[in-house]
Design a protein around this ligand. Structure first.
Ligand code: UDP
Length: 295
């Protein structure tokens, strides 16, 4: 059969127009976006809200590091990992990722083991801290599992090398993962005892040149006193690094706050326990405290 204008040279005798176009999957959304206005709502199939970043609120940051305390992985349990709750968190992370953000993750280990607690019961502090670091690797693997079940590509990089389960921390490689749209989960803190994952988060945020460090915890911001014991405690909308350090406000360890201050990285503290809060915070909405600047 002759097809007008179609070359039949090479590739057997199949006319070119009848061959499967090489970039069919790429071409259609590109045409909608550039020539035909916004992509239409598709009947059936995947909702555009889940996959199409153009339908989400524009994020105020390009690259962030999200630090989750280990205790949020417990859900309503007293200890350990609740896989259902980890999946809930992973959905929040996926939504953030799909807004076009480059995302690094650091997860604590307090749901499993804290060095200080071990030391208080007579253990050698450094030994106990190494156990705490191993706990953060377990949490990182749990989050990686949940994210990948949701179709989000991830890589775990650990500050304590363990080749069989994850990569070592290599900044340039992490950079490449982010470029490829993967979420990079940094485990084992800074890799040394006498530190915490807050310091690990500040360090990775600095070396990965993140626009902000988001700290997702069980409280909705930074208060001038403990809101659990003082019902009159006031929450800050913004507060300076030096006030946090001078007044010993419960945000992060002093070393983590100082590292963020010295590298001008805002710390956004918010509750990760409320559904949809991560997306709201990224859009500059919702309840949160930002630590930045002087004063
Ligand atoms: N840890 C450490 N060095 C690090 C990071 C963590 O020794 O760089 C240990 C430390 O014992 C800590 C534990 O790992 O208590 C778990 O981390 P963290 O307490 O920061 O977890 P979170 O409170 O965020 O759940």
């Amino acid at each position: 059969m002759a097809v007008s204008g179609a070359s039949t040279a090479g590739k057997g005798n199949v006319p070119r127009v009848l061959r499967k176009p090489k970039f069919a999957r790429l071409r259609r959304p590109f045409l909608h976006a550039s020539w035909h206005g916004p992509a239409p709502f598709y009947k059936g199939g995947r909702s555009p809200n889940r996959r199409d970043s153009r339908f989400m609120t524009k994020p105020r940051f390009k690259r962030v590091l999200l630090k989750l305390s280990g205790e949020v992985l417990m859900g309503d349990q007293q200890f350990g990992i609740d896989p259902e709750f980890v999946m809930e968190l992973a959905r929040e992370v996926r939504a953030a990722k799909e807004s076009g953000l480059e995302l690094c993750l650091v997860i604590g280990g307090g749901n499993i083991f804290r060095g200080m607690a071990g030391a208080a019961k007579g253990m050698d502090r450094a030994q106990a801290d190494y156990m705490g670091m191993l706990a953060t690797v377990m949490n990182a693997l749990a989050m990686q599992n949940a994210l990948e079940q949701l179709g989000v590509d991830t890589r775990v990089q650990s500050a304590i090398q363990m080749d069989a389960v994850c990569e070592p921390v290599i900044r340039r490689r992490a950079e490449r993962h982010l470029e490829k749209g993967r979420v990079v989960i940094f485990a084992a803190g800074v890799g040394s005892p006498y530190f915490t994952t807050d310091s690990g988060a500040a360090l990775r945020a600095a070396e990965m040149k993140c626009d902000a460090l988001l700290k997702g915890t069980s409280v909705d911001g930074v208060y001038d006193s403990d809101p659990k014991t003082n019902p009159g405690a006031k929450r800050y909308d913004t507060v300076g690094y030096d006030t946090v350090l001078a007044d010993n406000l419960k945000v992060m360890d002093a070393s983590a706050v100082a590292l963020c201050r010295d590298n001008d990285i805002p710390i956004v503290v918010f509750s990760i326990r409320e559904k949809g809060n991560l997306a709201r915070v990224l859009a500059g909405e919702g309840v949160q405290t930002t630590v930045k600047g002087n004063g």
